[in-house]
Every structure is written in structure tokens, then in C-alpha cells.
Design a protein around this ligand. Structure first.
Ligand code: ADP
Length: 669
């Protein structure tokens, strides 16, 4: 048996493999790049070896560095995870030369299945139906165009060496072929180092179905049933589940038979996935390609079969025969997985980077989270944006979907925005609930793109203000900042037991609301647009229950000085909460209270000056944003008038009483 295993990967999959190692009593070795020196997989592994700079080509794709790390630590085996070196032959070849066990299929299987053209030839020979198309050796424009015409438009041009949804181009008509072939060839060469192309009929309403297979080195091969991964964006999976909903027994039997035929033809001896495409409503699956590694979505199969795929991979790699036969593999219940990515689905899925300030894990039954991040992790632009997978299991599909939607509503990542609101809306959509899945799901359900539900009643802003006030209430104020304590209006509770009014601005994404907060024993009265709400907060760690007018709701919270992260239905929104220091600036300045000068209320930092010389201001308008004691506050104009002179600028640190601005009072003032 293997005693020590190195994981040539990072993120959630490295953590996932470490978990199985721990369960099997195998010591784990992580490898890491500069950017990942504090990453979760490094913290979780028994040993960790630095293998190079942040860019993947110099670290996670550097097979020599990985081998050197295995030798240095005495690791007897290497698990590649997915991505990076998992589907390249260089690492298994080096493993063989160095007497290290490769937890994966033979380099030959990887190579043959890595070419979409070659794999289609193998499938054809094994009697497995592929998508009608052309995968001939003649790559001339004339031959390719003639083939496309014969197949019938629209067609899909694919790069033979492509993967991960890249290198595909849809062509509508014959006159577009020449240009499309040219671009596709160039892209294939640049992206995958191989310009070979193939053509497939474009399936109009496709479902993506795949079969998990597992073989050993003794000729054993089983399938572990199917998964459906039809909910995709840009040919990349977003939601995956097992088993597939609304699939006829005939189609299912065809999938299993085809996957086993191909696996047997290959003498496949590890975990792999045979992917198929099926026209909605049809019963004939077409072979697409085979992935010769563990897939991102393997947990859904684990949950319905009760098997640990990583353990089985390790056992067969070590030469053990499969411990299970086909008839022992039964499925139970339903599992659905979503990929939680650091991206902004409302802004063209722009990737997000930054530090994770906190994570609030969901509660509830049947929830598994495979994650690569924790509080303190940094999400960098060097690697893909997947942070975690949330997987729900239930006795049936409805239960699994409901559990998943609930879990996504409570799971909160603070500091880095995620796609959770988006994936939660997918899971809750009636079409998803009904199991009506094709790869066009997202474009059909969100034709104008996805947008989060707006906080029309201002409840989230009120909750953010209340959470912030509660946070401040409990905070010790350093005695050195004496003057601050005298700012009665700032304090939420007055010492004399009289209500103290604090004006707060709550800002989010360019919109500002002004609230008035009165602190009392029972909570707060918060008025917004003239309407007074009774609000109370109970907070514990990252969890808060905020009651607004008698209805209480749970939120994930993270307060960082003036910034309140509020997670509502899984989507974290950031609010800047700023108290307004009415009149105080003036009273501390050289002039008498109510005078025309604005002065710094305490030592601090000028964050922004909102006005220019000559500008008219009304008493109470925010004219300077100021930060002290790690709190942001807005300083209002002490009088109405015209800005005469500005003595400070953004970024400047000033002492208490420093005059920031002079106002020429208006005639009437
Ligand atoms: P990759 O190796 O890049 O993942 P695949 O061949 O596995 O590429 O295809 C990925 C996805 O692209 C499929 O799940 C499907 O959504 C879409 N796709 C592939 N081939 C076709 C086709 N012939 N017609 C329609 N959609 C297709």
C-alpha cells in the first residue's frame, strides 16, 4: 500500500485528495507556487514543497519540479487532480522513469484520448456512435468544406487537441467556412500546439451526459452510472447532477454500454469519464470525448454510490483489483453540485480577486463543501476562479435541489465576490426544478443576462446599519482619543439614557441612503425616507439575525471597520456605513460652532473632498469624507454658502482641529 502521496495540484481538488489520504492513513505532500504559500492545501497537507513562481507554467505545470518534490519527500505516488498536468503524458512518463506510482491511466490512454480525432477513431472501431461529423486526415479547406456540406449546417468546428470548452466555433453556412477554418486553425495552434480540426453536426438542443468509469490493472472495468452536466456557460459546466433527470431507460442503457465498450477497448485502468451529447427528447447518445482523470463533478457520483473515487483511484494505481463488481454498484437518492466561482455574473462574469476575510459555512443536512479557501486566503489572478463546490444530497431530486438552494443562501464568502446569487437562481428556477435541461438553459432563462434582485424596500441597508451599530456598541474606544467620546451624537446609546440620534449614510454600489438611528434598550429605531422601523440585532460570529418590524431574517455578516458585508441569499453585498458628525467639525475648529470653517474632529485621514472651490453647498451636505479610528465618517457643511478655500486633499493625514475648508456663508445665513 502507498504510505505517502504527493498531490500535483492546488485549490479544492488538492484539499479533496488530502482528505481521502487522511482517511486512508496515507501521508500527504502538497506542492505550491509563490502565490499559494499560505493556501489552504498547503496548510492541510502533512508536508509541502515550494515548486516555483506564481505562473502555472513555472510551477504546477513544471513536471520536473513535481518529481523533484516527490523525491525530496519520499512520496511513493503522485495524484494529479484535474487540469494542470493531469492529462499530459510527461508526468506519468517521468513517474515511470523514477519508480513513482502514477495515480491515473497509462500515458498511452491519456495520449490517445487527448486527441478528439484519435478518440473518435477508437470509438468508431469499438462500435460507439459519435456525433455525425468529419474527423479525417485531409485537413484541406476543400475537404473540410465538402464534409461540412454533407453533414449539413450549422456545424461546429473543434480543435482536436482542445479542451475545457475552448477551441470551438459554430458555423452557420458554407460561405462562412473558409474564414472560420482559418481562425480555428490559428487558435488551435496557438492554444493547444496542434492545428488539427474536426467538424461535428451542431446539435440544436443538446444535453450533456457522461458516464463515470473505473478500471483496474487486471482487466476489471465498471461504470458508476451517469451524470448530467447540461447547465453550461460558454461550453463550461456550471451545475452537475447524478443521476440524470428525465432520461429513458433505453438511453441510459445505451450510455452505460457505450462507455464500457470504449473503456474495454482501451483496457482502461483508472478513473475516467466518457462524455456524450444527446438531443433533447432523443434516445441516441453520441460520444463526444473521454476525460482520462478525475472530474470536477465527481462528488455527485460519490454521494449516490457511496464510493470514494479518490480512494478507488489510489487502490487501483497501487495494483489492487477493483474491490467492487458491477452488480454491487447501486445508486441511492440524488446529488446536485454547483461551482462557486470568484466572478461577477452581473458584470459579464468578470473574475474577482482579493483576500477572503471570512467564510460562513452553511448548515443543514446533506451538504458537502469541497473548498480550497478559508478566511485569510488570497484569490489571485494566476489560476482559475473556482473557489469551492457546494454539493447537496437528498432522497430525491426535489429534496437535493431545495437543500442546495438553502445552502447557497447561507454559505457566504466575504471579501471576494462570487457567483452564488446566480447559481442559486438557476437551482430555484422552475425549469431547473422540472429537470428541463439543455446546454441552452442559461441563455434561455436569463436572455438579458442575470441580475441580482434589488433591495427595493431598503431592508438590507437597514440591516447593514443595524449590524454596524451593534458592532460599534461593543467596541472599546481607546482613551487617547478622548474627544471622540464626547461626540454624544455619535454614540448609539446615550449615557443619560436619553435617546441619541445618529445620522448614517449607507452606501452601496454608488447608491446612498440616509438613515437616522436612535438607540434604545430594545434595539434601534431606524428611519428611512421618513418611515420609522423597529430594528433589533442578534449577532454571533458570522451569523446575524436582524428583526425589522417584527420579522426577523438571518444574514451572514462580516464587519470590517466601516464596511459591512451582508450576505443575503448567498450573495454578499458590501455596504459602507458612515456616521455623520454634525456640527462637530465646526465646534472644534477655530471658529465658533456653526461658523463657516470645517475642521478635523480628531486626528485622522482625509479620504475624499467632495466639493471644489466656488461650489455652492447647503448646510448638512457631506463635503469631506474622513477616516479616524478605522471608521469612515462624513463631515457635513456647517453652514450654507460657497466654498471659499480648501486646505486639505484626499490622502492627507491631519491633526485634531486642523482647518479643512472655509465657506463663505450665504447672505441669509
Ligand atoms: P471540451 O473538450 O472543450 O470540453 P467537448 O467536446 O467535451 O469539449 O464539448 C463541450 C461542450 O460543448 C459540450 O458539453 C456541449 O455543450 C458542447 N458541444 C460539443 N459538441 C457539440 C455539438 N456537436 N453540438 C452542440 N454542442 C456541442
Amino acid at each position: 500500500m502507498i504510505r505517502k502521496l504527493l498531490i500535483a495540484n492546488r485549490g479544492e481538488i488538492a484539499c479533496r485528495v488530502i482528505a481521502t489520504c487522511r482517511r486512508m492513513g496515507i501521508a500527504s505532500v502538497a506542492v505550491y507556487s509563490d502565490a499559494d504559500k499560505d493556501a489552504l492545501h498547503v496548510r492541510q497537507a502533512d508536508e509541502a514543497v515550494h515548486i516555483g513562481p506564481s505562473d502555472a507554467a513555472s510551477s504546477y505545470l513544471n513536471a520536473d519540479a513535481v518529481i523533484a518534490a516527490a523525491k525530496a519527500t519520499g512520496a511513493e505516488a503522485i495524484h494529479p487532480g484535474y487540469g494542470f498536468l493531469s492529462e499530459r503524458i510527461v508526468l506519468p512518463q517521468l513517474c515511470e522513469q523514477n519508480g513513482i506510482i502514477w495515480v491515473g491511466p497509462s500515458p498511452d490512454a491519456i495520449e490517445r484520448m487527448g486527441s478528439k480525432i484519435e478518440s473518435k477513431h477508437i470509438a468508431e472501431k469499438a462500435g460507439v456512435a459519435g456525433v455525425p461529423g468529419y474527423h479525417g486526415a485531409d485537413q484541406d479547406d476543400a475537404a473540410m468544406t465538402a464534409a461540412a456540406t454533407k453533414i449539413g449546417y450549422p456545424v461546429l468546428i473543434k480543435s482536436s487537441a482542445g479542451g475545457g470548452g475552448r477551441g470551438m466555433r459554430r458555423v452557420e453556412k458554407e460561405s462562412d467556412m473558409k474564414a472560420a477554418l482559418e481562425i480555428a486553425r490559428r487558435e488551435a495552434q496557438a492554444g493547444f500546439g496542434d492545428s488539427s480540426l474536426l467538424i461535428e453536426k451542431l446539435i440544436q438542443r443538446p444535453r450533456h451526459l457522461e458516464v463515470q468509469v473505473l478500471g483496474d490493472k487486471h482487466g476489471g472495468l465498471v461504470h458508476l452510472h451517469e451524470r448530467e452536466c447540461s447547465v453550461q456557460r460558454n461550453y463550461q459546466k456550471v451545475v452537475e447532477e447524478a443521476p440524470a433527470p428525465r432520461l429513458t431507460e433505453k438511453a441510459r442503457e445505451r450510455l452505460f454500454a457505450a462507455a464500457l465498450k470504449l473503456g474495454n477497448a482501451m483496457k482502461y485502468d483508472s478513473a475516467g469519464t466518457v462524455e456524450f451529447i444527446l438531443e433533447e427528447g432523443d434516445e441516441q447518445p453520441y460520444f463526444l470525448e473521454m476525460n482520462t482523470r478525475l472530474q470536477v463533478e465527481h462528488p455527485v457520483t460519490e454521494l449516490i454510490t457511496g464510493l470514494d473515487l479518490v480512494e478507488l483511484q489510489i487502490r487501483v494505481a497501487a495494483g489492487e483489483p477493483l474491490p467492487i463488481s458491477q452488480k454491487d454498484i447501486t445508486i441511492n437518492g440524488w446529488a446536485i453540485e454547483v461551482r462557486v466561482n470568484a466572478e461577477d455574473p452581473a458584470a459579464g462574469y468578470r473574475p474577482n480577486v482579493g483576500f477572503v476575510h471570512g467564510v460562513r459555512l452553511p448548515d443543514g443536512d446533506g451538504i458537502r463543501i469541497d473548498t480550497g479557501i478559508a478566511a485569510g486566503s488570497e484569490v489571485t489572478p494566476h489560476y482559475d476562479s473556482m473557489l469551492a463546490k457546494v454539493i447537496a444530497y437528498g432522497s430525491d431530486r426535489t429534496v437535493a435541489a431545495q437543500r442546495l438552494a438553502t445552502a447557497l443562501g447561507t454559505y457566504s464568502v466575504f471579501g471576494v465576490g462570487t457567483n452564488q446569487g446566480f447559481v442559486r437562481d438557476i437551482i430555484a428556477h422552475p425549469k431547473f426544478v422540472a429537470g428541463e435541461l439543455t446546454t441552452r438553459f442559461i441563455e434561455e432563462v436569463f436572455p438579458d443576462g442575470w441580475k441580482p434582485v434589488a433591495d427595493t424596500q431598503g431592508h438590507a441597508a437597514i440591516a447593514a446599519a443595524a449590524v454596524w451599530a451593534k458592532h460599534i456598541e461593543g467596541r472599546a474606544v481607546p482613551p487617547a482619543l478622548g474627544p471622540f467620546l464626547s461626540l454624544g451624537g455619535f454614540r448609539v446609546l446615550s449615557r443619560a439614557g436619553k435617546p441619541a440620534v445618529t445620522r448614517l449614510t449607507v452606501e452601496h454600489g454608488g447608491t446612498k441612503v440616509l438613515l437616522e438611528l436612535i438607540g434604545g434598550k430594545e434595539g434601534y429605531d431606524i428611519s428611512l425616507d421618513g418611515k420609522v422601523h423597529k430594528v433589533s440585532v442578534r449577532a454571533s460570529g458570522a451569523d446575524a439575525s436582524v428583526s425589522i418590524d417584527g420579522v426577523s431574517r438571518r444574514y451572514g455578516i462580516h464587519v470590517n471597520n466601516s464596511e459591512v458585508g451582508l450576505s443575503v441569499d448567498g450573495a454578499v453585498t458590501l455596504y459602507q456605513v458612515m456616521p455623520e458628525l454634525d456640527g462637530i467639525g465646526a465646534s472644534l475648529g477655530g471658529a465658533a460652532a456653526g461658523g463657516p470653517r470645517l475642521a478635523a474632529p480628531m486626528p485622522g485621514l482625509v479620504v475624499a473632498v467632495q466639493v471644489e472651490v466656488g461650489q455652492d453647498v447647503a448646510k448638512g451636505d457631506t463635503i469631506v469624507t474622513f477616516e479616524a479610528m478605522k471608521l469612515m465618517m462624513s463631515l457635513p457643511a456647517p453652514v450654507s454658502g460657497k466654498v471659499k478655500e480648501i486646505f486639505c486633499k484626499a490622502g492627507e493625514t491631519v491633526s485634531a482641529g486642523a482647518v479643512l475648508l472655509d465657506i463663505e456663508p450665504a447672505e441669509s445665513a
